[in-house]
Ligand binder design. Sequence first.
Ligand SMILES: [Zn+2]
Length: 309
Amino acid sequence: MLPFKVVYSPGYDLNLGPHVFPSQKFRMIAEKLLADGIAIPENFIEPEPAADADILGVHTAEWTRKMKNGRLTLSEIMKLEVPYSPELAAACWLAAGGTILAAQEALTDGFGSNIGGGFHHAYPGHGEGFCAIHDVAVAIRRLQADGKIKKAIVVDTDVHHGNGTAAIFADDDSVFTLSIHQLNNYPAYKPPSNVDLDMADCTEDAEYLGALFPAVIKALDEFEPDMLFYVGGADPYLEDQLGGLSLTMRGLQERDRGVFYEARKRNIPVVTTLAGGYAKKVEDTVQIHVNTIEAAKEIAGEFPPQVHL
Ligand SMILES: [Zn+2]
């Protein structure tokens, strides 16, 4: 069993069919965590959809309204790259509620994992790259509003730059954004994060981890965040169809473990979200995400939560 909660809802699955975004992965990850004995059913909790007020903490009233009533323009739908449906909107609100819940749980357990979310390409006023609502930003603003945290760091390891995150928090000194990504990949325009680690095509494990870990350590030591949000992309994997880096499955898990270790060593609660993963075999994407939870379990065992009373 896990010493922390995993947040999951069957509503995360958008049933997109043959689309490159494998939305069935959410269900498959939940099933595999159980099948492999990493988690037990009692570790799972279901989120409520985020309240509109929480969404509006990040997104414009116009975009929030359009997502709710489905009145997106053709160009907005093309930018989003997933077909609009009421189910899509519901799944976005659920994923945001899921990341809020995972963050609340992380306050007491040291870790909280959303088996969804990580929609880091969503901007305040539009969606793009499969991301309509920025669940991580919504959760940060909600926990700040509740007085649970003051400062947060977002460590984004998706192969694609965290453009939405960088744009949302550009003028917000309370949130530190760190993105490690393939330079020569979507999005074409990359608004600056606090730290951008631009990786060359075909970068392998050692070089990638050699760039990531010192940057994470420096950020944690200097910024001293109250919570770390991990956007754990599976797409730096060498078999990924939308990524051009060359990380192995073992390297990806070392990445996860290393980031979690540095955070928990400093008693910083960690919230994990999934982000992208487009391996030729969906089973590989699922395994990489499962490995992230397994890494969290390992580090959680090493650093039990110190509850502040
Ligand atoms: Zn990605």
